[in-house]
Design a binder for this molecule. Structure first.
Ligand code: PBE
Length: 270
């Protein structure tokens, strides 16, 4: 019922994900920037899986819900949801996913470094792997299918990359759906070139720390400048920001499209 106030209907609760996620910090900032804490609003910590399952239920019964949302993610393909406008720009304007490397990788492993300089794609392309994985296909299999289907792009990514002859390279990532897709693709690509690739999922903080301390060689899962901005600051000078591998990423708050009166974060107060 759109004539009723939203807050009381959902207990003034925004359904969030894991505490370590940048989007959770952003949401806390939004709560104060839009004076929502005074209006009793709170952010519930859970996990991506718990959040999407709560979203799934709400949509099934056409109930109101406010979630922490981001793109690229299959939630925007699978569910009719929309981002809330963020006139105060708390979640930042343009967000990209960057490839970062340990200082020294360029010297020690120029082939992998060259690949990282060449690897970039877009959200539509990433979604091809992400959606398959969401439907139960193994990440490695989905990545192999992508490689088979996109020979031209693969040739560009691998152009001039020398054979690794069994040389080891270790990637670290956070097990977000987007990064499961990109990291598994990168593994398959470099293995085609004869590298021995390890990929290791970690918490965001640990992922950054491992690149900064040379425990890992690289990661293609750095959301910048806002989402993981605090880690980039913390480890400044101790990692190399190789390039953005995907532009047009976005984080924010999202609601189902049937919540017609709620279009901006500031609408949560009304
Ligand atoms: N995410 C997905 C991450 C970045 C990628 C939005 C959950 C975060 O908030 O840190």
């Amino acid at each position: 019922d759109s004539s009723k106030k939203l807050g009381p209907q959902i207990n003034y609760t925004i359904t969030g994900i894991d505490a370590g996620a940048g989007i959770m910090g952003g949401t806390q900032k939004a709560l104060s920037a839009y004076h929502l804490t005074q209006g009793k609003w709170q952010l519930q910590t859970s996990s991506t899986a718990a959040m999407t399952s709560t979203l799934n239920k709400a949509i099934k019964y056409k109930q109101p819900i406010v979630i922490t949302g981001w793109q690229p993610h299959w939630m925007f393909t699978k569910y009719p949801i929309k981002f809330l406008k963020d006139p105060k720009n708390v979640f930042g304007k343009a967000e990209s996913i960057h490839s970062i490397a340990r200082v020294g990788l360029k010297k020690d492993n120029p082939g992998v470094y060259r690949f990282l300089q060449q690897f970039h794609w877009n959200a539509t392309q990433m979604s091809k792997i992400m959606l398959k994985v969401n439907n139960g296909v193994k990440p490695a299999t989905a990545a192999k299918t992508y490689i088979k289907d996109n020979p031209k792009q693969v040739a560009q990514w691998l152009k001039g990359v020398p054979n690794g002859h069994g040389k080891s390279v270790k990637f670290t990532y956070v097990a977000w759906d987007s990064e499961i897709a990109s990291t598994n693709l990168v593994k398959q690509l470099l293995e085609m070139k004869g590298y021995k690739v390890t990929i290791q999922p970690m918490e965001a903080q640990t992922m950054w720390a491992s690149v900064a301390t040379n425990a890992a060689d690289a990661s293609v899962s750095a959301w910048l400048p806002t989402t993981s901005g605090r880690y980039a600051k913390q480890y400044k000078g101790r990692f190399v920001d190789v390039r953005a591998n995907l532009h047009g990423a976005k984080t924010g708050l999202a609601v189902p499209k049937y919540m017609k009166n709620i279009n901006s974060i500031s609408d949560l107060l009304t």
